[in-house]
Design a protein around this ligand. Structure first.
Ligand SMILES: *Cc1c(COP(=O)(O)O)cnc(C)c1O
Length: 356
């Protein structure tokens, strides 16, 4: 079965070998304060900088999920007010979780085809300690450009970006934000149970001002451990090892990103040519990694069933769009043959729009 679900998603086929090696080499039992672990963590961090083009002075931390990153940001990097710009379920959930921790949460909710950059003038939400953006809204297949200059002129304001379904699939403009994070069960093509946080020197400065040490996962505690190539609690050693092996095998993000963009264009053309209705109408906001397609609920059920008989799992709709959309993950772990085989199935069932 090949999964086109945008998370948990299809893993890289190379993992089969890495799992065996992890077992045979005793990785599954190593102590997370041992030299052996620290060496793996050190190499993994170096490979992440190298393969994903992460600036040298940005720190990389291992945490357990994107949801945990939402909380860490609210606890350790937010002073009094947190502002959230979003148009879908994940961005909204982030604001909801934050409002349990931070009293003043300001929400700028955008329409599906609305570019937030057109609404950035004199919005009181922008006078804030941190602006939270979802780079790739997995629930509806929109992608937001991240640009620092469009935000508050206040240099103190941090920008935090949820890039869960785009990091490792497309190139990111690291310098345009202070905190980036992603869990690994999407574009990284790894099993669930781990996430990365990437933090700028300014983010760390802010953490040092706030000095939050109240929680096991307070950012400064995570940072102090990371300086020794250790973690604040026993980490997902297996996933760190798999990531290390994968990064050593994969091409650099420039190449992966180029392929993702080419495939995304081909997917959008394919759906338009075959009479499907794309959920996102504004071309500038269409995601390159998660493609959302509208259809009647009956058609979607028929499509999913047909695809299953051929060994493909199509992504479900999510949240507000649960029943009248399906989603296709355009993640790098999926190969060209699998894509062309799924397109054959998609051509066999006439979309609702074409039937009318
Ligand atoms: C999947 C997803 C999450 C949640 O990830 P977890 O690892 O389950 O915490 C958060 N944000 C976005 C954009 C996602 O796609």
């Amino acid at each position: 079965m090949i999964s086109f679900q945008p998370g948990p998603s299809q893993v890289y086929p190379q993992l089969n070998t890495y799992f065996q090696d992890a077992f045979n080499d005793g990785i599954l039992s190593i102590n997370h304060r041992s030299d052996r672990f620290m060496e793996i963590m050190k190499q993994t961090v170096a490979l992440l900088h190298q393969q994903l083009n992460i600036p040298e002075d940005y720190q990389i931390y291992f945490v357990s999920s994107a949801t945990e990153a939402w909380e860490i940001i609210a606890q350790s990097l937010t002073h009094l007010k947190s502002s959230h710009i979003y148009n879908g379920d994940f961005g909204e959930k982030w604001a909801d979780y934050t409002s349990q921790i931070v009293n003043n949460v300001c929400r700028m909710e955008m329409d599906l085809d609305e570019d937030y950059r057109d609404s950035m003038n004199s919005n009181s939400c922008l006078e804030t300690s941190i602006i939270c953006l979802t780079h790739n809204e997995t629930s509806n297949g929109t992608q937001m450009p991240v640009q620092r200059k469009n935000h508050s002129q206040n240099h103190q304001t941090l920008i935090a970006v949820d890039a869960t379904s785009s990091m490792a699939g497309v190139e990111l403009e690291w310098l345009e934000a202070d905190v980036w994070f992603a869990s690994v069960q999407k574009c990284f093509g790894l099993p669930a149970g781990m996430a990365l946080m990437v933090c700028s020197p300014n983010a760390l400065k802010q953490a040092n001002k706030i000095k939050d040490y109240k929680y096991y996962n307070s950012l400064l505690r995570i940072h102090e451990n990371a300086e020794k190539f250790q973690t604040h609690c026993t980490p997902n050693v297996l996933n760190i090892y798999l990531l290390y092996r994968l990064l050593a095998d994969l091409s650099t993000i420039e190449k992966i990103s180029e392929a993702t963009k080419t495939r995304a264009k081909a997917w959008y053309n394919f759906f338009e040519e075959n009479g499907y209705e794309l959920l996102v109408k504004n071309h500038d906001l269409r995601s390159e990694t998660v493609i959302a397609v509208r259809d009647s609920p009956e058609n979607i059920v028929a499509l999913k069933n047909k695809a299953l008989t051929k060994g493909f799992e199509i992504g479900n709709g999510y949240g507000n769009w649960k029943y009248d959309t399906f989603r296709i993950a355009n993640f790098p772990a999926i190969n060209d043959k699998q894509i062309s085989d799924l397109k054959v199935v998609l051509k066999e069932i006439l979309p609702q729009q074409k039937k009318q």
